[in-house]
Design a protein around this ligand. Structure first.
Ligand SMILES: [Zn+2]
Length: 126
């Protein structure tokens, strides 16, 4: 069981089972939503339990995706395509060991100019 929470603790969550290898998205929306770039792991929705879900606010950032954050502290938590059976959970929100490793970088064509990606992982322009 993997546990996570927002900064203030109004939202907590658990993921049952292993976490899949996360990716880091450098697109402009993820940069703004996260404050840097957004690393997240895709979790089947039936393996995610959210406590304090009434404290999650959702922002529809594109036609098919909404982003969830804590209404009190603003922590970026979820990237949700509602019509799919999985949801992306922010790596930074986990409190327990994730026991996984970053898999790749995506949308690096949109990345900020103030850092380099030097970890040797695959980079997709989109
Ligand atoms: Zn919070």
């Amino acid at each position: 069981m993997h546990k996570g929470s927002c900064l203030c603790g109004a939202v907590t969550f658990e993921v049952d089972g292993e976490l899949s290898a996360p990716d880091a998205c450098h697109c402009s929306k993820c940069r703004k939503h996260s404050g840097h770039y957004f690393a997240s792991t895709d979790v089947p929705k039936d393996r995610l339990t959210v406590h304090g879900a009434e404290n999650v606010r959702w922002y529809q950032s594109s036609e098919k995706v909404r982003r969830g954050f804590c209404a009190t502290c603003g922590s970026s938590l979820f990237w949700d395509p509602p019509q799919r059976d999985w949801i992306a959970v922010a790596m930074g929100a986990f409190d327990t060991a994730t026991r996984t490793r970053l898999r790749m970088h995506i949308f690096v064509a949109d990345k900020g100019d103030y850092y380099d990606i030097t970890d040797g992982l695959p980079q997709n322009a989109q």
